[in-house]
Design a protein around this ligand. Structure first.
Ligand SMILES: Nc1ncnc2c1ncn2[C@@H]1O[C@H](COP(=O)(O)OP(=O)(O)OP(=O)(O)O)[C@@H](O)[C@H]1O
Length: 234
């Protein structure tokens, strides 16, 4: 088994001439759950964009499960390894049911008249909806889901490609206590069932202390703190 799910070495990147992240070094062990904190604009989402190769990096390196992906040559492999749950992502205004929205996570828009989802695609989508406890709603219109249900659907959609590294961008923002607890339970279950390594952007210390192992603080694009939660006082 690979020792690290993710290794960022001296990662520097930004937008145009503006550098947002400066020499960031992060190692996430396989199976570890790490929370990323930082004030607005600290560079948390930019970090995710770098890992997902949605934005080119200026210097440094990115290694995923021992494979150097810095050059971004094998994006198909990268996308098969990483599941991404973006911030406040709803399903838009299309009349699409929960099952179809989950299925779309498997091959994105490459399904067409000529490439129909296979039996396996459908089985995996159904299985993931069961895992996030939405199977009973699989025929429901996505637009009718609550915020918590929508987040669980987003997780199911991220998991249908069997990724090993999951990136969560503030998954519990705007959720009430019950929905938060339900989402935590879902995250706990998927983490153990699918051997996931998780990186989660958060603003909620209490919540993150409860579900993650380690906390990294970004300050103006630099790491200011990196501790296991049980080493942090209070
Ligand atoms: N597309 C973009 N073009 C130019 N600058 C950007 C772009 N996206 C973000 N930035 C800038 O990069 C910096 C870091 O933004 P980023 O979204 O990574 O912060 P964040 O830590 O995720 O903040 P928040 O907690 O508000 O989501 C900010 O100064 C922001 O204005």
């Amino acid at each position: 088994m690979n020792r690290y799910a993710l290794e960022l070495s001296d990662l520097t990147m930004g937008y145009g001439n503006t550098t947002v992240l400066h020499d960031v070094n992060i190692k996430v062990k396989t199976g570890e759950f790490v929370s990323i904190f930082g004030e607005n604009g600290a560079g948390k989402t930019t970090l995710f964009k770098g890992i997902l190769q949605l934005l080119p990096i200026t210097s440094g390196s990115i290694t995923i499960f021992n494979k150097d992906v810095t050059q971004g040559k094998d994006k198909t492999w990268l996308r098969s390894q990483i599941g991404y749950v973006p911030q406040r992502h709803n399903q838009g205004n299309f009349p699409i049911c929960v099952f179809d929205a989950t299925l779309l996570g498997r091959w994105g828009t490459s399904f067409s008249y000529f490439k129909r989802p296979s039996k396996e695609d459908k089985e995996i989508a159904e299985k993931m909806l069961e895992v996030v406890d939405l199977k009973h709603m699989m025929h429901q219109d996505c637009r009718k889901l609550s915020g918590g249900q929508t987040q669980r659907l987003n997780i199911a959609r991220a998991l249908v490609r069997n990724p090993k590294l999951l990136l969560l961008d503030e998954p519990t923002t705007h959720l009430d206590l019950d929905s938060k607890a339900k989402l935590d339970e879902t995250i706990r279950v998927i983490r153990s069932q699918y051997d996931l390594s998780i990186l989660m952007i958060s603003h909620d210390h209490q919540h993150s202390r409860k579900i993650s192992d380690r906390v990294i603080q970004l300050q103006s694009g630099r790491i200011s703190t990196d501790h296991k939660w049980d080493e942090v006082m209070g």
